[in-house]
Design a protein around this ligand. Sequence first.
Ligand code: ZN
Length: 74
Amino acid sequence: MAKKPKSRVKGKKKKKARKSTRKHDQYEIKGNKIERKGRVCPKCGAGVFMGEHEDRYACGKCGYMEKKRKNSSK
Ligand SMILES: [Zn+2]
């Protein structure tokens, strides 16, 4: 655990909106419709999926967090 903290360079160049990695893994085709796994970050927009935790979702990109609803239809 002797890692140096990442030095964040300020004033970085504007990045082109790159396609998020492996979107396919986040979708699953069920019958005739696409089931979306996970949750999309409302801040980052479509394409950015949030990590699922026990009782919440968290976006690894912007840090947005959303609580899970208890009354999920299942
Ligand atoms: Zn986000």
